[in-house]
Design a protein around this ligand. Sequence first.
Ligand SMILES: [Zn+2]
Length: 408
Amino acid sequence: MQSLITHYQQLLVLPDSWQVVDVRLSMSGTRIEIYLEFIGSQVQCPECGKAGRIYDLAPEQRWRHLDTMQYETHLIARIPRCECKEHGVKTMKVPWAAKYSRYTLKFEAVAVELLQHCSSIQAAARLLRLSWHATNEIMNRAVERGLSRRSNHAIDHLGIDEKSFRAGHRYVTILNDLEGGRVLEVVQNRTTEATEKLLQSLEEPQRQAVKSISMDMWKPFAIAAKKLLPQADMVHDRFHISKYLNEAVDTVRRQESRQLLQAGDRTLIGSKFTWLRNPENMTESQRASFEKLMAGELKTAKAWALKNMFREFWRLGCRDSASFFFDYWSERVEQLKLKPMIKVKELLKRHFDNILNYFKHEITNAVSEGLNSKIQLYKAAARGFHSFSSYRTRILFYCGKLNIAITG
Ligand SMILES: [Zn+2]
């Protein structure tokens, strides 16, 4: 038995003041329990670090540690309480765990790493043999730790995006650092008030340093940005605008499909995603059926052609050519007389200055798109979220590029 205790003493690498006094296999035979005792004569106050006298021992506590072989391993100890002249009686710090944590630092570090590699809490919880709630707690603490370590460096280009959250048109609004490719903060709703709260998550000097903010043509976003980032250019970029164009094409398709169906024509049935793909991303069979659709006299095909034509706009690189192109494109839209397309054209016209800002800041649209699809992935993995706060935690954990490492 003595050799086993010495063995664990060596494996745990604890300071001399902590001694392994017993190692037991639990009654159920599934757990190893390691009993530790403090044998130092002096303790340090956790507040000021000054040495003080041992007042008494706190009640027994237990920490989950990394497994020994396949056995769950726990550390058990009574922590001395220090009597400090200035701070009174306080429980001292232990070298193996953070304050209030029920896990050792080593266990929590592995848990965080596992969470980073799993796309759901459930998967990580199963591997750790922890409950969903306990695993979720570890993720919460990691996000809090990461947020508290964030620097307040200037961020030149921001992006605001909305994301639907649960059914029934509930939304969250997300603030991105476009150059850093990371999510900064997430708030509930997409109102002016919510957007202001989102922007206020940045410190005042940070807000003043923002050069541009890329966003959808949604009024509350613009109102909040004007108020809190008056010097920043608003940019409506490709990512947000292609969404409107895609929706317009889809509206044309639905209307046309309904008309065709009344005449018994099923040409457009099941074609929704065909019109969303760009030709260069189609497989051979997708391209074949797409070309068949395009060869006909469909209104949807014409709307699609206008949408596709607009992709050229972003490649023009300067405001003058872009304005010229837009006039030309607008005329084509007018000629076609398709209401959903005309509506988008009018919308773009109203926000044209902010659209042209795209060429001034050259913000990569890929960042918004990339973050959005990443968020979508974690959302799918969790099959919807129970509450806003857990949705926010997940987004920040996986897309916040936070420094969440455990430092012992
Ligand atoms: Zn003290």
